[in-house]
Design a protein around this ligand. Structure first.
Ligand SMILES: *[C@@H]1O[C@H](CO)[C@@H](O)[C@H](O)[C@H]1NC(C)=O
Length: 223
């Protein structure tokens, strides 16, 4: 399922680009042999935000998170630095839809907010940069590539948010708050995005290493 590229390939970046392209359908279905679950939707058990200061002071918990659309990425650039063992990938996503069950309590830009229920968000025109730093490790006497850090940075073009059953299901207050959240989503995203980036980076580090630790460097990147 993985297209192998040669280290000496003068078009190594392009080769790896088409290798990642070839992974797309496998990411959608998941790769059970490697314990990689389906990424369509990508599932995250729980995210807990504790924002103590700044524009958003709140405790919020999101459980049973499903992210639809991650495999519809368009690869823009892939840059491999063999000496530094690093990879930098720029990609674009037309649309991500996220659903979860939320619990929230606190303040958003001085407005009090509380509730629990169904949460949905649509995010469009997303630019993402993944910076992967690797190292060589030895497993059973063989050299393997291993991801040390997988940094993800997003830039979202537009967002539409919905929190159901805010304020114990008070319809009027809930509608007003949803309107307010959508008008101010940029401020809110700035506060909450870093943790999401960390979490997604961790997931993809885990997935990558499941492949890298199974195949030797020699197999994945022969001379
Ligand atoms: C998100 O998009 C879906 C369809 O793509 C739509 O049914 C849903 O109402 C949208 N949700 C929000 C919060 O805009």
């Amino acid at each position: 399922f993985l297209k192998v590229c040669r280290r000496s390939d003068p078009k190594l970046n392009e080769c790896v680009m088409s290798s990642v392209e070839g992974l797309r359908s496998h990411l959608a279905t998941g790769i059970p042999e490697f314990g990689i679950p389906s990424c369509e939707p990508l599932q995250i058990k729980q995210l807990v935000f504790n924002q103590g200061h700044g524009a958003v002071t709140l405790t919020s918990t999101y459980t049973d998170i499903k992210v639809y659309g991650p495999t519809e990425f368009r690869l823009d650039t892939v840059r491999i630095d063999l000496d530094k063992k690093s990879v930098r990938i720029k990609l674009w996503l037309p649309h991500l839809r996220m659903t979860s069950h939320y619990k929230i309590d606190g303040r958003v830009l001085i407005m009090p907010i509380s509730g629990r229920g169904y949460n949905e968000g649509n995010y469009t025109d997303i630019d993402a940069t993944c910076s992967v730093q690797g190292e060589h490790i030895t497993i059973g006497g063989n050299t393997h590539y291993s991801v040390k850090s997988f940094d993800v940075k997003f830039s979202v073009g537009d967002a539409r948010l919905y929190l159901g059953d805010l304020f114990n299901g008070d319809r009027e207050l809930g509608d007003a708050m949803n309107l307010f959240l959508n008008e101010n989503w940029k401020n809110i995203a700035t506060e909450l995005q870093p943790l999401l980036e960390v979490k997604i980076g961790q997931l993809f580090k885990e997935f990558s290493n499941k492949i890298y630790h199974k195949f030797t460097l020699e197999q994945l990147l022969p001379p």
